[in-house]
Design a binder for this molecule. Sequence first.
Ligand SMILES: Nc1ncnc2c1ncn2[C@@H]1O[C@H](COP(=O)(O)OP(=O)(O)OP(=O)(O)O)[C@@H](O)[C@H]1O
Ligand SMILES: [Mg+2]
Length: 258
Amino acid sequence: MKPIVNIENLHFKYDEAEILKAIDLNVPQGSFLSILGPNGSGKTTLLKNICNLLHPHKGSIMIEDKEVERIKYKNLARVIAVVHQGTDVQFDFAVYDVVMMGRFPYLKRFQTEGKEDERIVKKAMEDTSTWELRDKSISEISGGERQRVLIARALTQQPKVLILDEPISHLDIKYQIEILDLCKTLNKEHNITVITTLHDINMASRYSDYIVLLEKGNIRKMDTPERVLTEENIEEVYGIKVDLIRRNENERPIIIPK
Ligand SMILES: Nc1ncnc2c1ncn2[C@@H]1O[C@H](COP(=O)(O)OP(=O)(O)OP(=O)(O)O)[C@@H](O)[C@H]1O
Ligand SMILES: [Mg+2]
């Protein structure tokens, strides 16, 4: 399948320390890809390089055959939408207004939102079950609700790629499933490519088409969950011994620490 994001020989440093080393990564259009790896392995840094918030010192990142650094900010925001790690909205905005902010790449300078923007916002809020929250303040809703609102905002950008950094940390198991089910629906029914970091290996196994296993800034493996999630790979990257369980042939592997 055609890659929508294509990374070749990416190297990145903060000051002197090299954080990402010779990363090659093809993200097929329409796929659901999870990035796993220990704390500090470079997951967030990699996502920030993909969305042009950080710049590699070597190598290239192509989005739909165009070098990401050459894509104008608003044009990039029409292709890629990002939900950052632990996004905390400090101000007392109404949920509706927070979601409307996602329309910025489509507005000209000083232009205000019109009927079409309102229609898109309503649709995004219905798709994420946040329409009922529209008049509440963003600071007065639960963590799971906030995460859905931030995804709604991302959707109003009408992106082809949705990037999420730890979208389910701090959520209880019900919200975790709800958020990942929502991402899966957007992926399969709306054909949005999903790139997400996750700490929960079993959730990554359950939802992903592909998993990238990152270790100290190197890609250890990039393949299907069945091929990446082996006892050996997990022990090598996380330094723990696990049992691998499959309830039947058709189910994805589950890991249990020994
Ligand atoms: N702004 C920064 N300046 C200098 N070093 C940084 C900066 N941000 C992150 N780092 C370092 O880069 C490395 C990778 O960090 P990164 O945030 O990408 O890891 P991560 O895999 O997302 O970790 P986590 O699972 O904890 O979110 C870490 O060693 C971190 O200390
Ligand atoms: Mg991170």
